[in-house]
Ligand binder design. Structure first.
Ligand SMILES: *Cc1c(COP(=O)(O)O)cnc(C)c1O
Length: 491
């Protein structure tokens, strides 16, 4: 691959051409009946490039990114597992992609059946009465679930319940969603092992509490063994329990949030159920609820009639619409195919295998990396940076150095409980050889940190761009030639 000191953006040369027009489906021979006044006077301002320029441009761009399909991606809390290509193929089937949401119900019975079946499958997996598949993402599911929580209390005339308890180790979207739902966030402390401090929780539970948001295993990958007691305390105080099921990998087919006492949850189909993610969408965050909350689920909802037909229903106690139509159906199709492919027996292997992989890495690396919480973790765990910090090599440096060795970095500086957090989630789809390679490289980086620390501090050395100014890149991204020109003109 060619690398450039300065990336060349401008490929356009006046008069250069390379295009083929799509077939004329309307048989107008290119002469559609468009009034003169609506026709362009001047051609669009597009790059003038040959077909070869375009092929090379996009092929080269595709190699400059990192993905699960190019290498190991142990990004904690994100479940970057391999997404089988057959699910992709199915979700792109024209019989489904060609549907229109306003089509008559009678003509989309197959799609509605798939939708209804997936609602039921997720209900079984979660141990909850009913699911809506409408939300577009995990955070959107959280918001929907919290709106259900509010609606429940309001429907009982219980107007005082405006607070939601969130552990200080929670994913950032939890308190954010609570705020957007108009609820006040109350923080509950974690014990040194990352689990909820029940003694700190008790005094918070009064008649202003709408509920608690939790995840189990928690953000540190540890199972909350006191969950049954916590559920009882919250329910006795009149609150509801919300389960953040973004990462359902560890408990698929093994443990059900409904059985632990949770009333509401969301699932990220784009983490656990085979939709590629990390690029910003599309996603899906189905929300499940216990029987006493079903009436509040958002509209519309797919139901099965007595005659076996399916229809789209609008409930009168529903909190209303939270999406256009029924959500991201393509994502649901992948999840549906994925669950059916694994089947009841194989789906139970996801948790044990991802747990085994996480523990294997943890135990293999804890001589070089600081393990703040000993013991068996679930699908992920957290190191607090290098054990030997004397040369000043940070978690950020290690993360960047991993790129030089062809691995994506773990999640870094999250959770906030430790200064140098490094959250590793290998998932169940990686082979022992890949894990061994990663372990070897992590040891190598630790050795470099001791012996040649500057090399690690200056990493990455081999990527197309070196260390980025991440704040500027996030706040003022320059993603096109036009934007670059404008930025240069401003200078
Ligand atoms: C990813 C994640 C979310 C948010 O999901 P989005 O689809 O990114 O909105 C919420 N909670 C946890 C624990 C997560 O890992």
């Amino acid at each position: 691959m060619k690398t450039y000191d300065k990336i060349i953006f401008e490929l356009s040369r006046a008069g250069r051409k390379g295009y083929s027009l799509p077939a004329d489906n309307f048989e107008t021979n290119g002469l559609a009946d468009i009034p003169e006044s609506l026709l362009r006077q001047k051609g669009p301002d597009l790059p003038e490039v040959s077909e070869l320029d375009v092929v090379r441009h996009f092929t080269n761009l595709s190699t400059k990114n990192f993905g699960v399909d190019t290498g190991f991606y142990p990004l904690g809390s994100c479940t970057m597992k391999y997404n089988p290509k057959i699910n992709e193929e199915l979700s792109n089937h024209p019989a489904f992609t060609g549907l229109h949401p306003l089509q008559d119900e009678k003509s989309v019975q197959g799609a509605l059946e798939l939708y209804w079946n997936l609602q039921k499958m997720l209900s079984n997996i979660a141990g909850l009465a009913e699911f809506t598949l409408n939300p577009y993402a995990g955070a959107h599911g959280e918001l929907t679930g919290l709106m259900v929580m509010r609606q429940y209390h309001l429907s009982r005339g219980d107007h005082k319940r405006t607070k939601v308890i969130v552990p200080n180790s929670a994913h950032g979207t939890n308190p954010a969603s609570a705020m957007v739902a108009g609820l006040e966030v109350v923080e509950v402390k974690s014990k040194p092992n990352g689990s909820i401090d029940v003694e700190d929780l008790k005094p918070l539970l009064d008649d202003t509490i709408a509920g608690i948001m939790m995840t189990n295993p928690n953000t540190l990958g540890m199972f909350e063994t006191e969950i049954v007691e916590i559920a009882k305390l919250v329910h006795d105080a009149g609150g509801l329990l919300y389960y953040d099921g973004a990462n359902l990998n560890p408990l698929l087919g093994k443990v059900r949030p409904g059985d632990m006492g949770f009333d509401i949850m969301h699932i990220n189909l784009h983490k656990t159920f085979s939709t590629p993610h990390g690029g910003g969408g599309p996603g899906s965050g189905p929300v499940g609820v216990a029987a006493h909350l079903v009436e509040f689920l958002p509209n519309p909802h797919v139901v099965k009639d007595e005659d076996g037909k399916f229809h789209v229903d609008f409930g009168k106690n529903s909190l209303g619409n939270i999406s256009t139509f029924l959500g991201n159906v393509g994502v649901m199709m992948r999840a549906y195919a994925y669950i059916l492919t694994l089947g009841k027996e194989n789906i139970k292997k996801v948790g044990p295998l991802s747990t085994l992989n996480a523990n294997y890495i943890k135990e293999s690396l804890k001589d070089d990396y600081l393990l703040p919480i000993e013991g068996v973790c679930k699908h992920e765990f957290v190191f607090d940076g290098l054990k030997d910090k004397s040369t000043g090599v940070t978690t950020l440096n290690v993360a960047k150095r991993l790129l030089d060795y062809g691995f994506h970095a773990p999640t870094i500086y999250f959770p906030l409980l430790f200064h140098e957090s490094m959250m590793i989630e290998p998932t169940e789809t990686e082979s022992k050889e890949t894990l061994d390679e990663f372990i070897e490289v992590m040891h190598k980086v630790a050795k470099e940190a001791r012996e040649t620390p500057d090399e690690v501090k200056n990493a990455p050395l081999s990527t197309i761009v070196r260390k980025l100014d991440e704040t500027t890149a996030a706040k003022n991204p320059i993603l096109s030639f036009k934007a670059l020109k404008e930025a240069e003109n401003e200078k």
